[in-house]
Design a protein around this ligand. Structure first.
Ligand code: FNR
Length: 352
């Protein structure tokens, strides 16, 4: 029926809610502040209307997507998210396998619960590594080097988190993360104790020179995640960013920011085609992705739906949810008259 992929996601979300401890569910769902940004993300994609083409040959729709030399069969990318082991015992190893089997790229979080080496070995598709700049900069540099050695093909530097957003739903709630799953990738570089905890915090003094520095240290392209303005995106590109991710961090950082869907056109203008632009926040269907791609995004990241699928179905669940989204996109692209992502352009969307 019409709501196919949406009702599948709603079912998967309910299965995850039933399967997960309450505090983990709340941690996954939570937004910062009054959760205004969290609440607006999905609806913002529905503020656009499509202007389809007709009489195109859409008998074969090819979703192949090239990003910085990484080729994926689908423009859906798994967003970096912390602690997948809270959803499933195999954690990120299951996620990369399921995503790879669906032809999707995965971005692995600094706060992953499996080692980069295990994740690299489990991967059946391409993956990138998401970095935070830590107060101990040597720690970040060690991580990006290890990620490159383990097979990551790009670094995604998250820049919207000088301090972690305050999430009312989970304030004061302690989640029991097993020691062998808690910040495992940082642990081996730190001596235990209070000083180590401080070293593993984000460095609020980060400036654009970090982009070039991490590229040099890792030998990988550096994509900057968490940009909502064209002028800021331009500043990142001028500092050497190989790509930009338009993101509100799933509504978990600054509340009441402009929704990603509305920030995207401004960022695209600032970037001016110099580097790829990705976007995330509330992408829940092929039509949401179609709007993003037609506005000019090169790919879309999906966050929470991947955690729901992982919690309820492990690697196979992740494969299924990403496959379902790709099939939905394939269908709506055909009906909109676009046989390939590069057949989509800005003229195909208008504001509602
Ligand atoms: C995140 N996100 C995130 N981003 C990042 O750069 N590093 C991280 O470690 C995390 N961790 C994280 C944990 C959880 C539980 C969530 C829900 C999100 C943000 C994530 O990459 C992405 O920007 C949003 O989740 C996308 O929005 P949707 O698809 O969840 O609406």
């Amino acid at each position: 029926g019409g709501g196919g992929v949406l009702s599948e996601l709603a079912d998967s979300r309910e299965r995850a809610r039933a399967a997960l401890p309450r505090e983990v569910w709340d941690y996954y769902e939570a937004g910062s502040g009054d959760e205004v940004t969290l609440g607006e993300a999905e609806a913002a994609w529905r503020d656009f209307r499509l202007r389809p083409r007709v009489l195109q040959d859409v008998s074969r729709v090819d979703l192949a997507t090239r990003l910085l030399g990484t080729v994926a069969a689908s423009p859906f990318v798994v967003a970096p998210m912390a602690f997948h082991a809270l959803a499933h015992p195999d954690g990120e190893c299951a996620t990369v396998r399921g995503a790879g089997d669906a032809g999707c790229l995965t971005v692995v979080s600094t706060r992953a619960s499996r080692t980069l080496e295990d994740i690299g070995a489990a991967a059946t598709g391409p993956w990138w590594f998401q970095a935070y700049l830590m107060r101990d900069r040597g720690l970040t540099e060690a991580l990006v080097r290890r990620a490159a050695a383990a097979g990551a093909r790009a670094v995604v530097l998250t820049v919207d988190t000088p301090y972690v957003g305050r999430k009312g739903r989970v304030s004061g709630v302690r989640i029991a993360v097993r020691d062998d799953q808690y910040l495992v990738n940082l642990a081996q570089h730190l001596v235990p104790g209070a000083v180590a905890r401080e070293a593993a915090e984000q460095d609020p003094s980060m400036t654009p020179d970090t982009i070039g520095r991490l590229a040099e240290v890792s030998g990988l392209p550096v994509v900057v995640k968490g940009v909502l303005r064209g002028d800021e995106a331009a500043r990142c590109v001028e500092a050497g960013a190989a790509g930009v991710v338009v993101s509100t961090h799933g509504g978990r950082q600054l509340d009441r920011v402009v929704p990603s869907a509305h920030a995207l056109p401004d960022v695209l203008e600032g970037v001016g085609g110099r580097v790829p632009v990705l976007v995330d926040g509330g992408i829940r269907s092929g039509t949401d992705a179609l709007v993003a791609l037609a506005l000019g995004a090169d790919a879309v990241l999906v966050g929470r739906p991947v955690l729901w699928a992982l919690a309820a179905g492990g690697a196979e669940g992740v494969r299924e949810v990403l496959h379902g989204l790709a099939e939905d996109l394939r269908h709506v692209m055909a009906v909109a008259g676009a046989a390939r992502p590069d057949a989509l352009d800005r003229s195909m969307v208008t504001t509602a």
